[in-house]
Design a protein around this ligand. Structure first.
Ligand SMILES: C[S@@+](CC[C@H](N)C(=O)[O-])C[C@H]1O[C@@H](n2cnc3c(N)ncnc32)[C@H](O)[C@@H]1O
Length: 198
């Protein structure tokens, strides 16, 4: 068994022990540790939030004075803390103004997207769907982020990757590419991070 595979098992066990519904928590935790995403009082938009690990982590980080708006086309079945709200919606078609209303029109401090398509087994099809979800997350971020806000978006690495990175560079003063240690070795997912919404 490879070292990466043992590591993956470790993260799944740890998530269970720490009462998170998915091991993906440790991807966001690493990104936050490396770039400093959240501060107490922040308002965060979490796209593709189910089953809810990122929502729980972000809600802990922003604290009682902050707020997390969790969007997924699937229902979030976990019980959420008081500073988080779930909206069942398709991010590809939902109206960003409805999301903005959750911030009383002031906008979000961070937009984070872990959205992923149902995999078809055809790598190019999955990459292209992932690219569409990534671009939609960035489009929502362009509308809904405050000045200086932050962005995290998952994308399956493929031929569109450079286009995605250029779009992040155009919207933010700094762009980072992060592949967290907890990403499974066989996965070609990666995260593009934008810091400082222009
Ligand atoms: C990898 S899971 C997210 C895991 C989550 N970050 C967590 O920590 O629990 C990807 C999610 O993206 C959602 N998703 C995919 N396409 C979507 C869309 N068009 N609109 C909203 N959610 C979508 C899926 O329903 C799925 O729940």
């Amino acid at each position: 068994m490879s070292r990466r595979r043992r590591t993956g098992d470790h993260f799944a066990r740890r998530a269970k022990k720490e009462h998170y519904p998915a091991r993906s928590i440790y991807k966001l935790e690493e990104i936050d540790r490396r770039v400093g995403l959240f501060k107490p009082g922040h308002i965060v938009l979490d796209l593709g939030a189910a089953p809810g690990s990122w929502t729980l982590f972000a809600a802990e980080k922003v604290g009682r004075k902050g707020r997390v708006v969790a969007v997924d086309r699937a229902p979030l079945t976990i019980s959420l803390p008081d500073n988080a709200v779930a909206i069942e919606a398709d991010a590809l078609t939902c109206d960003p103004d409805v999301l903005m209303a959750e911030t009383s029109g002031n906008g979000f401090n961070a937009v984070i997207s872990d959205m992923a398509p149902k995999t078809s087994g055809h790598r190019f099809v999955d990459q292209s769907r992932s690219f569409s979800l990534f671009c939609r997350a960035l489009e929502i971020a362009a509308i809904a982020l405050r000045h200086n806000g932050k962005f995290v978006g998952k994308i399956f690495q493929g031929e569109d990757f450079e286009v995605a990175r250029d779009r992040v560079r155009a919207l933010f003063s700094k762009a980072r590419v992060i592949r967290p240690v907890s990403v499974r070795s066989e996965s070609y997912e990666i995260y593009l991070v934008g810091l400082g919404r222009r």
